[in-house]
Design a protein. Sequence first.
Length: 394
Amino acid sequence: MGYLKVKVIKEDDEGNETTLKQPLNIEITENFEATNNNAVLQFYTPDVTSSGRIILNEYDKIVIYAKMVDDNVSTSFTNDDVLFTGIYLEPTRNKSSDANRISLKITDLLYVIFNRMHTESYIGDGLKTNEIIQDIFQRKCEKIDGSGTYLLSFSGIDSTRVDSTSFPVIEPVFANKPVYDWINELSTLQWTNTQTEIDSNNIVNKKPMITRIDDNEVKWYYPSDSEDLTLNKNTVLKSYSENIPNESSVNYLILECGQDLEGEPIFKYIYDSNAGASSITKEKYEHRVSLAGENTEYDNTYNALRVTHTGNNSEFTAAVRKLAESYSEYWFDQFGRAKPTATVILPLQKIRIGQVINNQLSSEHKGLYDIKSVSHRINGNDAQTTIKIEKRDI
């Protein structure tokens, strides 16, 4: 079975490290939405207080190490044993719990950064997607001493896409939106692929980018395409359950395709032929105006359809709608159809969002799954990891 070894250290703003006493229990949660990453550590109150005050200061850095070892002797830890790194936020206490216990909430550094940014407007100026991601962080992370240096490193931001080509040059406009919405939106396929690639169903980045901060380094990267863990009949499990949906999450797509030859808008209302039997209409409205080839300053690719069908508006409109149908097949496959999911509880496992699971336990949908959330729970010598995974392709 082995022995569980845990170490928690705090680091103040001057870099001084202190090892905290052993927590009674630890709960860590990481989700695809970076703002939801946090940890809660429960201690005996005297272990983290002095003269009635918490011995941690707001924004002290907290590092949680954990690993299983073969014998119950003194253990050293390395960076490979880090389970979570965050910033101390606040103490909490449940009124119904033991008054001699207190919990400390630790949050991902992204939470602090996003709170500094809060709600603002942003207008892109023709930078590439990765350059705009860096620009957003730099705006709020520059030191106030006038040195022109930053509190964070940006070397972990991918500079090219998964096929080593450059990210597209984009001109986004975000009006009074929370900054984490900017980051999440810019990480989607719409902003990491060119409009031509999207409209021709020939996308390069087929999954959203992941954002995190590790040890003061901003990381914005493409999820793994290689198998990181296999689940099969020989895997030691605590629990496994799966959900196989029988209908789509979106069954109607409304596409605004652009303007016809007379300047009138072209719309296409498309039903997903693979949708389930539910009679509930679940619509999604999408702008794909370059299907009709606007040839504006934002769309420099002049659609050949406008040349081919010059003077015949009905044929042009029909051709655009045919393109819309082709695009919708890709859209429903990538976004509209609910995919099989599973919840897996394992003994303590160091695994992160963005890694890939080869799930051979599924009754109907074996294959590669993406990790959508990870949680760790440590209580005494018992530790478990829960992962929620989603089928990559149906």
